[in-house]
Design a protein around this ligand. Sequence first.
Ligand SMILES: *[C@@H]1O[C@H](CO)[C@@H](O)[C@H](O)[C@H]1NC(C)=O
Ligand SMILES: *[C@@H]1O[C@H](CO)[C@@H](O)[C@H](O)[C@H]1NC(C)=O
Ligand SMILES: *[C@@H]1O[C@H](CO)[C@@H](O)[C@H](O)[C@H]1NC(C)=O
Ligand SMILES: *[C@@H]1O[C@H](CO)[C@@H](O)[C@H](O)[C@H]1NC(C)=O
Length: 488
Amino acid sequence: MPYSSKNSTPHSIKPLKYLSFKFPGFGRKYLSAISILAIFSLCYISSFPAVILHPWHIDAVSTAARNELDTNISHILFGISGSAKTWRRRRHYSDLWWRRNCTRGFVWLDEAPQGAPEKWPETSPPYKISGDTARFKYTCWYGSRSAVRIARIVKESFDLGLGDVRWFVMGDDDTVFFTHNLVSVLRKYDHRQMYYIGGISESVEQDVVHSYTMGYGGGGFAFSRPLAAALVRILDRCIDRYAAFYGSDQKIGACISEIGVPLTKEVGFHQMDIRGNPFGLLSAHPLAPLVSLHHLDYLQPLFRDTNRVASIKKLMTPYEFDPSRLLQHSFCYDLTRNWSISISWGYNLQLYPFILSAQDLSTPLQTFLTWSWRKGPFTFNTRLMSLNPCERPLEFRFHGIDEVEGGFTSTSYTRDQSEFRRKCDKLNYKAAYLLKAFNVTAGLLHPQYWNKAPSRECCQIMSGSPRENDVVGVKIRGCNQWESISIP
Ligand SMILES: *[C@@H]1O[C@H](CO)[C@@H](O)[C@H](O)[C@H]1NC(C)=O
Ligand SMILES: *[C@@H]1O[C@H](CO)[C@@H](O)[C@H](O)[C@H]1NC(C)=O
Ligand SMILES: *[C@@H]1O[C@H](CO)[C@@H](O)[C@H](O)[C@H]1NC(C)=O
Ligand SMILES: *[C@@H]1O[C@H](CO)[C@@H](O)[C@H](O)[C@H]1NC(C)=O
């Protein structure tokens, strides 16, 4: 059993349309009985089959019913850029997050795909063929004209005139969206005002060449409807004005600068303009929900024992239990053993058998290079990954997740034996090598968490001395008053 202990597939659960169940209360005894029941709508069920029933789900239902203002997945229209030739190869990424009858949108192709429409996969977003762009100027000698077609996706999406669209979200065919978290992020903003939301490149060299002030297309970006309306009015002529610009996202960024709306940066959008192993970056995620991942074909798989697509599937398992918590970073010390433990929830746990400062623990290890294969710089600080085995963390990768009664999950992380062949002979490392796994419990993270002042959650080591017990328990919890990660 590789990871999920739930073994549920998206469609194995009877689609029960939840609307106005009246439960007498939500004490522990109801939890397991109700947890397979559908809550929210049909759409929600097929996205989150394994979701655990917790009081906040109910709050969310009644809040949604009360408040029409709450943005949900139906208010988003996705515009995915694709091409007929590459779709078969790349669709695996879209298929991971696309939910039929739930997510709305289209993948925009340059021409009709072979065998379509009959052979178009049911698991993929429906496709549309982009309009002809031969009349537009494109003068960037090192780029591709397809940038014009892709820049116009927002206009073609807008012109479909679909009802009840609050946000237009653009992405590439190799972008993986974590839609629940995308909704959490967009919900923070008033869709009736003009917003342009996304993230920039991780590699400074890319930001210098393209822009620091545009949303990068692969990480995905969102326009509120009023901004989309303003943009489509000027877009076609604007595309000609910026004919020399390389990418579609750069053209869009330039056109929006004419409207005067700045990019609202959200750090959960990941362009992933890096090469090598994303481990360091994703193990020290900033305090924000994980919204997207991109460029996965250019990076090592997230989990060493499996391929790229299966790695994302594996990551989707903890995501389905507790979307807000995915990759959330927490770290703590075990002062009886002088250990520092760093957890990226649902992805990995690192054990340093010595005390490392909070400043270091919160800084990504540089396990990657820039997009043009340089050592840096990045738009964030990094720490060097030492080649000395006596300075490296022991890596434990996410193994499985279980529901624990009372709205908690337990995730397990097992030692990655292949991680680094050279071993450290020091006593502190020798003791640490004996550990087989960590077992981390955590309460479900309420999506409302993101509307409050950000503050990292605390953790504490619960059990297990290496000699008697090779599984160590860790608990992630809210911090106590005055609690801080300070070395005594
Ligand atoms: C989203 O909210 C609208 C009301 O604004 C509602 O009609 C629709 O059913 C909701 N969709 C989901 C998936 O909850
Ligand atoms: C989606 O909706 C269509 C039409 O309403 C229906 O035939 C189909 O079974 C639905 N698919 C899923 C996966 O729910
Ligand atoms: C932990 O480190 C402190 C300070 O270096 C040292 O005094 C103490 O003996 C160490 N404890 C263990 C269990 O190694
Ligand atoms: C992890 O901890 C939970 C809660 O304490 C427990 O139910 C579960 O059995 C533990 N799993 C392992 C592998 O020790």
